[in-house]
Ligand binder design. Structure first.
Ligand SMILES: [Cu+2]
Length: 484
Protein backbone atom coordinates (compact mmCIF):
# COMPACT_ATOMS: atom_id res chain seq x y z
CA UNK A 1 0.00 0.00 0.00
CA UNK A 2 1.43 3.34 -1.02
CA UNK A 3 1.32 6.00 1.63
CA UNK A 4 1.76 9.72 1.23
CA UNK A 5 4.84 9.53 3.44
CA UNK A 6 6.37 6.93 1.16
CA UNK A 7 5.45 8.97 -1.90
CA UNK A 8 7.26 11.96 -0.41
CA UNK A 9 10.26 9.82 0.44
CA UNK A 10 10.45 8.69 -3.16
CA UNK A 11 10.13 12.24 -4.45
CA UNK A 12 12.85 13.39 -2.10
CA UNK A 13 15.16 10.52 -2.95
CA UNK A 14 16.77 12.34 -5.85
CA UNK A 15 18.09 15.17 -3.69
CA UNK A 16 21.05 13.28 -2.32
CA UNK A 17 21.79 11.30 -5.48
CA UNK A 18 22.92 12.11 -9.01
CA UNK A 19 20.22 13.70 -11.10
CA UNK A 20 20.29 11.23 -13.94
CA UNK A 21 19.58 8.05 -12.00
CA UNK A 22 17.46 5.67 -13.98
CA UNK A 23 14.31 4.36 -12.40
CA UNK A 24 14.12 0.71 -11.46
CA UNK A 25 12.68 -1.29 -14.30
CA UNK A 26 9.95 -3.81 -13.81
CA UNK A 27 12.29 -6.50 -15.03
CA UNK A 28 15.94 -6.18 -15.97
CA UNK A 29 15.52 -8.88 -18.61
CA UNK A 30 12.75 -7.01 -20.41
CA UNK A 31 13.61 -6.35 -24.06
CA UNK A 32 13.84 -2.78 -25.27
CA UNK A 33 10.76 -1.23 -26.78
CA UNK A 34 10.31 -2.20 -30.40
CA UNK A 35 9.23 0.22 -33.11
CA UNK A 36 5.59 -0.18 -34.17
CA UNK A 37 4.62 -1.86 -37.42
CA UNK A 38 3.83 0.44 -40.32
CA UNK A 39 0.32 1.80 -39.96
CA UNK A 40 -2.37 0.38 -42.23
CA UNK A 41 -3.71 2.54 -45.05
CA UNK A 42 -4.42 5.89 -43.36
CA UNK A 43 -8.02 6.84 -42.86
CA UNK A 44 -9.45 10.35 -42.99
CA UNK A 45 -11.22 11.26 -39.77
CA UNK A 46 -13.70 14.06 -40.34
CA UNK A 47 -15.22 15.71 -37.31
CA UNK A 48 -17.39 18.78 -36.84
CA UNK A 49 -16.80 20.61 -33.56
CA UNK A 50 -18.83 23.56 -32.36
CA UNK A 51 -17.62 25.83 -29.58
CA UNK A 52 -20.83 26.72 -27.79
CA UNK A 53 -22.47 27.33 -24.44
CA UNK A 54 -24.72 24.71 -22.88
CA UNK A 55 -26.12 23.90 -19.47
CA UNK A 56 -24.73 21.10 -17.32
CA UNK A 57 -25.38 20.16 -13.69
CA UNK A 58 -21.81 20.09 -12.41
CA UNK A 59 -23.00 20.52 -8.82
CA UNK A 60 -24.98 17.26 -8.92
CA UNK A 61 -28.32 16.08 -10.32
CA UNK A 62 -30.27 18.08 -7.72
CA UNK A 63 -28.08 21.15 -7.99
CA UNK A 64 -28.36 24.24 -10.18
CA UNK A 65 -27.24 24.31 -13.79
CA UNK A 66 -23.93 25.82 -14.88
CA UNK A 67 -23.40 27.27 -18.33
CA UNK A 68 -20.28 25.54 -19.64
CA UNK A 69 -18.58 25.90 -23.03
CA UNK A 70 -18.02 22.73 -25.00
CA UNK A 71 -16.88 21.49 -28.41
CA UNK A 72 -20.09 19.53 -28.96
CA UNK A 73 -22.99 17.95 -27.15
CA UNK A 74 -20.89 16.82 -24.24
CA UNK A 75 -17.99 18.05 -22.16
CA UNK A 76 -14.54 16.84 -23.25
CA UNK A 77 -15.30 14.96 -26.49
CA UNK A 78 -12.80 12.16 -27.20
CA UNK A 79 -11.46 11.85 -30.75
CA UNK A 80 -9.88 8.48 -31.52
CA UNK A 81 -7.60 8.01 -34.50
CA UNK A 82 -4.85 5.62 -35.51
CA UNK A 83 -1.26 6.69 -36.07
CA UNK A 84 -0.88 8.06 -39.58
CA UNK A 85 -4.57 8.90 -39.97
CA UNK A 86 -5.48 12.34 -41.22
CA UNK A 87 -7.56 14.52 -38.91
CA UNK A 88 -9.91 17.01 -40.50
CA UNK A 89 -11.59 18.87 -37.67
CA UNK A 90 -13.82 21.81 -38.50
CA UNK A 91 -14.49 24.18 -35.63
CA UNK A 92 -17.55 26.38 -35.80
CA UNK A 93 -17.41 29.24 -33.35
CA UNK A 94 -20.79 29.81 -31.71
CA UNK A 95 -19.30 31.72 -28.81
CA UNK A 96 -19.42 35.51 -28.49
CA UNK A 97 -15.62 35.83 -28.64
CA UNK A 98 -12.93 34.53 -30.98
CA UNK A 99 -11.31 31.16 -30.46
CA UNK A 100 -9.00 28.55 -32.04
CA UNK A 101 -7.87 24.99 -31.38
CA UNK A 102 -4.36 24.16 -30.22
CA UNK A 103 -3.52 20.44 -30.48
CA UNK A 104 -1.43 20.02 -27.34
CA UNK A 105 1.51 17.66 -27.76
CA UNK A 106 0.75 16.82 -31.38
CA UNK A 107 3.58 17.47 -33.84
CA UNK A 108 1.43 19.40 -36.31
CA UNK A 109 2.54 21.63 -39.18
CA UNK A 110 3.00 25.15 -37.79
CA UNK A 111 -0.09 26.62 -39.50
CA UNK A 112 -2.26 23.99 -37.75
CA UNK A 113 -0.98 24.85 -34.26
CA UNK A 114 -3.97 27.01 -33.40
CA UNK A 115 -2.44 30.08 -31.78
CA UNK A 116 -4.38 33.23 -32.61
CA UNK A 117 -2.30 35.94 -34.33
CA UNK A 118 0.83 33.75 -34.22
CA UNK A 119 -0.06 30.81 -36.47
CA UNK A 120 -3.54 31.74 -37.72
CA UNK A 121 -6.23 34.40 -37.78
CA UNK A 122 -8.61 34.11 -34.84
CA UNK A 123 -11.80 32.18 -35.60
CA UNK A 124 -14.30 34.97 -35.03
CA UNK A 125 -17.87 34.41 -33.76
CA UNK A 126 -19.97 32.52 -36.35
CA UNK A 127 -16.86 31.74 -38.42
CA UNK A 128 -15.47 28.26 -39.06
CA UNK A 129 -11.96 26.92 -39.55
CA UNK A 130 -10.75 23.47 -40.62
CA UNK A 131 -7.68 21.89 -39.04
CA UNK A 132 -6.24 19.33 -41.42
CA UNK A 133 -3.12 17.31 -40.59
CA UNK A 134 -1.85 13.74 -40.21
CA UNK A 135 -1.33 12.51 -36.65
CA UNK A 136 2.31 11.38 -36.58
CA UNK A 137 2.57 9.89 -33.09
CA UNK A 138 0.57 7.54 -30.90
CA UNK A 139 -0.52 8.78 -27.51
CA UNK A 140 -2.88 10.59 -25.20
CA UNK A 141 -3.25 14.23 -26.25
CA UNK A 142 -5.77 17.01 -25.79
CA UNK A 143 -6.93 20.21 -27.46
CA UNK A 144 -7.98 23.64 -26.26
CA UNK A 145 -8.09 27.29 -27.38
CA UNK A 146 -5.11 29.63 -27.03
CA UNK A 147 -6.53 33.10 -26.30
CA UNK A 148 -8.46 33.82 -23.12
CA UNK A 149 -7.37 30.35 -22.08
CA UNK A 150 -8.22 31.11 -18.46
CA UNK A 151 -11.82 31.92 -19.40
CA UNK A 152 -12.41 29.49 -22.27
CA UNK A 153 -10.76 26.46 -20.66
CA UNK A 154 -12.20 27.62 -17.33
CA UNK A 155 -15.65 27.26 -18.87
CA UNK A 156 -14.78 23.71 -19.99
CA UNK A 157 -13.58 24.19 -23.56
CA UNK A 158 -11.25 21.21 -24.08
CA UNK A 159 -11.27 17.79 -25.69
CA UNK A 160 -9.16 14.63 -25.79
CA UNK A 161 -7.29 13.23 -28.79
CA UNK A 162 -6.25 9.59 -28.57
CA UNK A 163 -3.96 8.24 -31.25
CA UNK A 164 -3.94 4.45 -31.20
CA UNK A 165 -1.36 2.02 -32.52
CA UNK A 166 1.08 1.74 -29.62
CA UNK A 167 -0.21 -1.50 -28.07
CA UNK A 168 1.88 -4.54 -28.96
CA UNK A 169 -0.75 -6.66 -27.21
CA UNK A 170 -4.26 -5.30 -26.67
CA UNK A 171 -5.24 -4.50 -23.11
CA UNK A 172 -8.51 -5.85 -21.70
CA UNK A 173 -10.13 -2.47 -21.13
CA UNK A 174 -9.35 1.22 -21.11
CA UNK A 175 -10.45 4.04 -18.82
CA UNK A 176 -9.90 7.72 -19.66
CA UNK A 177 -9.72 9.99 -16.59
CA UNK A 178 -9.97 13.73 -17.26
CA UNK A 179 -9.20 15.75 -14.14
CA UNK A 180 -10.45 19.32 -14.10
CA UNK A 181 -11.59 21.67 -11.35
CA UNK A 182 -14.32 24.26 -11.69
CA UNK A 183 -14.66 27.68 -10.09
CA UNK A 184 -18.31 27.63 -9.15
CA UNK A 185 -20.54 29.65 -6.90
CA UNK A 186 -23.12 27.51 -5.03
CA UNK A 187 -25.77 28.99 -7.36
CA UNK A 188 -24.04 27.28 -10.32
CA UNK A 189 -22.56 30.42 -11.86
CA UNK A 190 -18.83 30.71 -12.45
CA UNK A 191 -16.61 32.63 -10.05
CA UNK A 192 -13.87 34.80 -11.58
CA UNK A 193 -11.39 32.42 -13.21
CA UNK A 194 -8.40 34.54 -12.34
CA UNK A 195 -7.48 36.48 -9.22
CA UNK A 196 -4.47 38.71 -8.81
CA UNK A 197 -3.33 36.88 -5.73
CA UNK A 198 -3.62 33.55 -7.57
CA UNK A 199 -2.09 34.70 -10.85
CA UNK A 200 0.91 36.12 -8.97
CA UNK A 201 1.38 32.90 -6.99
CA UNK A 202 0.58 29.24 -7.78
CA UNK A 203 -2.62 30.01 -9.70
CA UNK A 204 -6.28 30.32 -8.72
CA UNK A 205 -7.71 26.97 -7.71
CA UNK A 206 -11.16 25.65 -8.47
CA UNK A 207 -13.87 25.18 -5.87
CA UNK A 208 -15.05 21.81 -7.17
CA UNK A 209 -12.77 18.93 -8.16
CA UNK A 210 -14.06 16.56 -10.81
CA UNK A 211 -12.92 13.67 -12.94
CA UNK A 212 -14.89 13.21 -16.17
CA UNK A 213 -17.03 16.11 -14.91
CA UNK A 214 -18.27 14.31 -11.78
CA UNK A 215 -16.98 14.76 -8.21
CA UNK A 216 -16.75 11.00 -7.55
CA UNK A 217 -15.92 8.98 -10.63
CA UNK A 218 -16.72 5.26 -10.36
CA UNK A 219 -16.64 2.55 -12.99
CA UNK A 220 -16.79 -1.23 -13.30
CA UNK A 221 -13.77 -2.92 -14.87
CA UNK A 222 -13.13 -6.57 -15.84
CA UNK A 223 -11.67 -8.79 -13.08
CA UNK A 224 -8.05 -10.03 -13.10
CA UNK A 225 -7.51 -8.02 -16.27
CA UNK A 226 -4.77 -5.74 -17.60
CA UNK A 227 -6.45 -2.40 -18.16
CA UNK A 228 -5.05 0.84 -19.50
CA UNK A 229 -5.65 4.11 -17.69
CA UNK A 230 -5.17 7.35 -19.59
CA UNK A 231 -4.97 10.12 -16.97
CA UNK A 232 -5.11 13.72 -18.19
CA UNK A 233 -4.51 16.69 -15.94
CA UNK A 234 -6.60 19.28 -17.77
CA UNK A 235 -6.81 21.64 -14.83
CA UNK A 236 -5.66 25.22 -15.30
CA UNK A 237 -3.62 25.23 -12.11
CA UNK A 238 -3.40 22.02 -10.11
CA UNK A 239 -0.58 19.48 -9.86
CA UNK A 240 -1.18 15.97 -8.59
CA UNK A 241 0.79 13.07 -7.11
CA UNK A 242 -0.87 10.12 -8.80
CA UNK A 243 -0.77 6.70 -7.16
CA UNK A 244 -2.79 3.49 -7.21
CA UNK A 245 -4.06 1.44 -4.31
CA UNK A 246 -5.47 -2.06 -4.62
CA UNK A 247 -3.51 -3.11 -7.68
CA UNK A 248 -0.08 -3.28 -9.22
CA UNK A 249 0.49 -0.52 -11.76
CA UNK A 250 3.14 0.35 -14.31
CA UNK A 251 3.77 3.68 -16.02
CA UNK A 252 3.77 2.93 -19.76
CA UNK A 253 3.66 6.43 -21.29
CA UNK A 254 4.27 10.04 -20.26
CA UNK A 255 2.52 12.77 -22.24
CA UNK A 256 1.48 9.92 -24.54
CA UNK A 257 5.07 8.85 -25.24
CA UNK A 258 5.83 5.19 -24.47
CA UNK A 259 8.76 4.38 -22.20
CA UNK A 260 10.19 1.27 -20.60
CA UNK A 261 7.55 0.38 -18.00
CA UNK A 262 8.24 1.76 -14.52
CA UNK A 263 6.56 0.47 -11.38
CA UNK A 264 4.26 3.27 -10.23
CA UNK A 265 4.86 4.50 -6.74
CA UNK A 266 3.75 8.06 -7.17
CA UNK A 267 4.07 10.32 -10.21
CA UNK A 268 3.86 14.10 -10.06
CA UNK A 269 1.57 15.29 -12.83
CA UNK A 270 1.57 19.02 -13.59
CA UNK A 271 -1.16 20.91 -15.39
CA UNK A 272 -1.49 19.76 -19.04
CA UNK A 273 0.52 16.55 -18.49
CA UNK A 274 -0.75 13.05 -19.11
CA UNK A 275 0.11 9.67 -17.63
CA UNK A 276 -0.70 6.27 -19.12
CA UNK A 277 -0.74 3.29 -16.77
CA UNK A 278 -1.42 -0.40 -17.08
CA UNK A 279 -3.05 -1.92 -14.02
CA UNK A 280 -3.83 -5.54 -13.12
CA UNK A 281 -7.32 -5.47 -11.69
CA UNK A 282 -8.27 -7.59 -8.65
CA UNK A 283 -10.75 -10.47 -8.53
CA UNK A 284 -14.45 -9.70 -8.87
CA UNK A 285 -15.64 -7.42 -6.08
CA UNK A 286 -12.16 -5.99 -5.47
CA UNK A 287 -11.59 -2.25 -5.76
CA UNK A 288 -8.83 -0.05 -7.13
CA UNK A 289 -8.40 3.53 -6.00
CA UNK A 290 -6.65 6.00 -8.31
CA UNK A 291 -5.47 8.64 -5.88
CA UNK A 292 -3.98 12.08 -5.75
CA UNK A 293 -1.72 12.27 -2.69
CA UNK A 294 -0.74 15.89 -3.20
CA UNK A 295 -3.48 17.75 -1.30
CA UNK A 296 -3.65 17.72 2.48
CA UNK A 297 -6.69 15.47 2.14
CA UNK A 298 -6.08 12.65 -0.37
CA UNK A 299 -8.44 12.91 -3.35
CA UNK A 300 -9.74 9.86 -5.19
CA UNK A 301 -9.51 10.41 -8.92
CA UNK A 302 -11.41 7.18 -9.56
CA UNK A 303 -12.83 4.13 -7.85
CA UNK A 304 -12.76 1.09 -10.12
CA UNK A 305 -14.59 -2.09 -9.11
CA UNK A 306 -13.72 -5.42 -10.72
CA UNK A 307 -16.53 -7.63 -11.96
CA UNK A 308 -17.16 -10.68 -14.13
CA UNK A 309 -14.94 -13.63 -15.03
CA UNK A 310 -11.20 -13.44 -14.53
CA UNK A 311 -9.38 -12.51 -17.72
CA UNK A 312 -5.80 -13.48 -16.92
CA UNK A 313 -4.29 -16.22 -14.80
CA UNK A 314 -0.58 -15.47 -15.32
CA UNK A 315 1.38 -13.06 -13.15
CA UNK A 316 1.33 -9.34 -14.02
CA UNK A 317 3.81 -8.83 -16.86
CA UNK A 318 2.10 -6.76 -19.55
CA UNK A 319 3.75 -6.28 -22.91
CA UNK A 320 5.33 -2.83 -23.22
CA UNK A 321 4.05 -0.36 -25.78
CA UNK A 322 5.79 0.11 -29.08
CA UNK A 323 8.65 2.60 -29.06
CA UNK A 324 7.89 6.19 -30.06
CA UNK A 325 9.37 7.25 -33.41
CA UNK A 326 10.73 10.75 -32.80
CA UNK A 327 13.58 12.89 -34.10
CA UNK A 328 16.63 12.12 -31.93
CA UNK A 329 18.58 15.11 -30.60
CA UNK A 330 22.30 14.68 -31.08
CA UNK A 331 24.19 15.39 -27.82
CA UNK A 332 27.46 15.97 -29.70
CA UNK A 333 26.17 18.85 -31.80
CA UNK A 334 23.34 20.18 -29.60
CA UNK A 335 23.49 23.89 -28.88
CA UNK A 336 22.81 24.77 -25.26
CA UNK A 337 20.46 27.59 -24.29
CA UNK A 338 19.27 28.60 -20.83
CA UNK A 339 15.81 29.82 -19.88
CA UNK A 340 15.03 31.28 -16.50
CA UNK A 341 11.39 31.40 -15.40
CA UNK A 342 11.07 34.30 -13.03
CA UNK A 343 9.10 37.27 -11.83
CA UNK A 344 8.31 40.13 -14.17
CA UNK A 345 9.98 42.47 -11.75
CA UNK A 346 11.89 41.77 -8.60
CA UNK A 347 9.58 44.05 -6.73
CA UNK A 348 6.41 42.17 -7.63
CA UNK A 349 6.53 38.41 -7.24
CA UNK A 350 9.32 38.42 -4.68
CA UNK A 351 7.27 40.32 -2.16
CA UNK A 352 3.73 39.47 -3.23
CA UNK A 353 4.08 36.03 -1.70
CA UNK A 354 4.61 37.56 1.71
CA UNK A 355 1.41 39.63 1.56
CA UNK A 356 -1.69 38.66 3.47
CA UNK A 357 -4.53 38.81 0.92
CA UNK A 358 -6.92 39.81 3.73
CA UNK A 359 -4.83 42.79 4.74
CA UNK A 360 -6.47 45.98 3.36
CA UNK A 361 -3.05 47.35 2.40
CA UNK A 362 -2.28 44.19 0.42
CA UNK A 363 -5.56 44.55 -1.42
CA UNK A 364 -4.61 48.02 -2.55
CA UNK A 365 -1.27 46.83 -3.81
CA UNK A 366 -2.83 43.88 -5.60
CA UNK A 367 -5.44 46.10 -7.22
CA UNK A 368 -2.83 48.54 -8.38
CA UNK A 369 -0.89 45.71 -9.92
CA UNK A 370 -4.02 44.68 -11.72
CA UNK A 371 -4.89 48.06 -13.09
CA UNK A 372 -1.28 48.77 -13.93
CA UNK A 373 -0.47 45.90 -16.22
CA UNK A 374 -1.17 42.54 -14.64
CA UNK A 375 2.20 41.29 -15.66
CA UNK A 376 3.69 39.08 -13.00
CA UNK A 377 5.97 36.67 -14.84
CA UNK A 378 8.76 36.51 -17.35
CA UNK A 379 11.01 34.13 -19.29
CA UNK A 380 14.59 35.39 -19.34
CA UNK A 381 13.26 38.67 -17.91
CA UNK A 382 10.89 39.16 -20.85
CA UNK A 383 7.13 39.13 -20.35
CA UNK A 384 4.51 38.24 -22.89
CA UNK A 385 2.35 41.28 -23.55
CA UNK A 386 -1.27 41.42 -22.55
CA UNK A 387 -2.87 42.73 -25.69
CA UNK A 388 -4.18 39.51 -27.11
CA UNK A 389 -1.16 38.51 -29.21
CA UNK A 390 -1.88 41.29 -31.71
CA UNK A 391 1.59 42.76 -31.63
CA UNK A 392 4.19 40.06 -31.62
CA UNK A 393 7.23 40.82 -29.49
CA UNK A 394 10.58 39.49 -30.74
CA UNK A 395 11.09 35.75 -30.31
CA UNK A 396 12.94 34.30 -27.32
CA UNK A 397 15.34 32.78 -29.86
CA UNK A 398 15.60 31.89 -33.52
CA UNK A 399 16.35 28.19 -33.83
CA UNK A 400 17.58 26.34 -36.89
CA UNK A 401 15.22 23.67 -38.16
CA UNK A 402 16.85 20.24 -38.10
CA UNK A 403 19.40 21.28 -35.48
CA UNK A 404 19.59 19.75 -32.00
CA UNK A 405 19.15 21.94 -28.91
CA UNK A 406 19.69 21.34 -25.25
CA UNK A 407 17.69 23.67 -23.01
CA UNK A 408 18.26 24.31 -19.34
CA UNK A 409 15.00 25.32 -17.69
CA UNK A 410 15.59 27.07 -14.40
CA UNK A 411 12.78 27.98 -12.03
CA UNK A 412 13.68 31.11 -10.09
CA UNK A 413 10.30 31.46 -8.39
CA UNK A 414 8.74 29.93 -5.28
CA UNK A 415 6.05 28.18 -7.40
CA UNK A 416 6.10 25.16 -9.73
CA UNK A 417 5.72 25.82 -13.46
CA UNK A 418 4.69 23.15 -16.00
CA UNK A 419 6.59 24.30 -19.09
CA UNK A 420 5.20 23.43 -22.52
CA UNK A 421 6.84 23.70 -25.94
CA UNK A 422 4.50 23.64 -28.93
CA UNK A 423 5.01 21.38 -31.92
CA UNK A 424 7.92 19.38 -30.51
CA UNK A 425 8.31 16.29 -28.38
CA UNK A 426 11.43 16.80 -26.27
CA UNK A 427 13.58 14.42 -24.30
CA UNK A 428 13.67 15.12 -20.56
CA UNK A 429 17.28 14.39 -19.64
CA UNK A 430 17.21 15.02 -15.92
CA UNK A 431 16.61 17.28 -12.96
CA UNK A 432 18.90 18.99 -10.46
CA UNK A 433 16.56 17.98 -7.62
CA UNK A 434 14.70 14.79 -8.46
CA UNK A 435 15.40 11.36 -9.83
CA UNK A 436 13.51 11.37 -13.12
CA UNK A 437 13.61 8.70 -15.80
CA UNK A 438 14.85 9.88 -19.18
CA UNK A 439 11.59 10.21 -21.10
CA UNK A 440 9.86 12.10 -23.88
CA UNK A 441 7.34 14.82 -23.07
CA UNK A 442 5.74 18.01 -24.36
CA UNK A 443 5.28 19.55 -20.92
CA UNK A 444 7.66 19.30 -18.00
CA UNK A 445 7.08 20.40 -14.45
CA UNK A 446 9.88 22.59 -13.10
CA UNK A 447 9.70 22.82 -9.33
CA UNK A 448 10.89 25.82 -7.27
CA UNK A 449 14.68 26.15 -7.45
CA UNK A 450 14.81 23.18 -9.81
CA UNK A 451 16.76 22.97 -13.06
CA UNK A 452 15.52 20.63 -15.78
CA UNK A 453 17.46 19.66 -18.91
CA UNK A 454 15.60 18.90 -22.12
CA UNK A 455 16.78 18.22 -25.67
CA UNK A 456 15.02 18.19 -29.03
CA UNK A 457 15.40 18.75 -32.76
CA UNK A 458 13.92 22.08 -33.88
CA UNK A 459 11.27 22.23 -36.60
CA UNK A 460 10.38 25.27 -38.73
CA UNK A 461 7.74 27.80 -37.68
CA UNK A 462 6.72 30.02 -34.80
CA UNK A 463 6.30 27.82 -31.73
CA UNK A 464 4.99 28.99 -28.38
CA UNK A 465 6.92 28.22 -25.20
CA UNK A 466 5.08 28.86 -21.96
CA UNK A 467 3.99 27.84 -18.51
CA UNK A 468 0.74 25.84 -18.59
CA UNK A 469 -0.65 27.33 -15.43
CA UNK A 470 -3.03 29.36 -17.53
CA UNK A 471 -2.90 32.47 -15.38
CA UNK A 472 0.90 32.43 -15.60
CA UNK A 473 1.00 32.37 -19.38
CA UNK A 474 -1.58 35.16 -19.50
CA UNK A 475 0.43 37.30 -17.09
CA UNK A 476 3.77 37.08 -18.82
CA UNK A 477 5.30 33.59 -18.68
CA UNK A 478 5.13 32.95 -22.40
CA UNK A 479 7.26 33.50 -25.45
CA UNK A 480 7.97 31.85 -28.77
CA UNK A 481 10.72 30.60 -31.01
CA UNK A 482 10.96 31.66 -34.64
CA UNK A 483 12.60 28.73 -36.42
CA UNK A 484 13.79 28.66 -39.98
CU1 LIG B 1 3.77 28.88 -14.15
Amino acid sequence: MLTRRRALAVLGAGLATPALLSFARKSAARPLLQPPPKPAAPAVYDIALEAKARNVKLLGPDGPESTVWTYGDELFPILRLKRGDRLRATIKNSLAEHTSIHWHGVRVPNDMDGVQYVTQRPVEPSESFMYDFPVPDTGTFFFHPHCNEVGQVGHGLAGVLIVEGDESRAFDDEVVLIAKDWRLDPDGSFLPFSTDSGAARAGTFGTLRTVNAVPKFMRKVPAAADIRLRILNLDSTRMMDVGIEGAEALIIAIDGNPLEPIALDSWRLGAASRLDLVVRTPKAGGKILVRDYFPAEIFNLAELEAEGPERRSTSFDPAPLYAPILPQPDPATAETQAFVFGAASDSIASFIDTLDPNDPLSKVILDELCTASRTFWAINKRSWPNDGHRNLPPPLARLKAGKSYRFTLQNATPHPHPIHLHGHTFKVLGSSKRSLPVHYADTVLVLPKERIEIAFVATPGKWMFHCHILEHLETGMMGYFANT
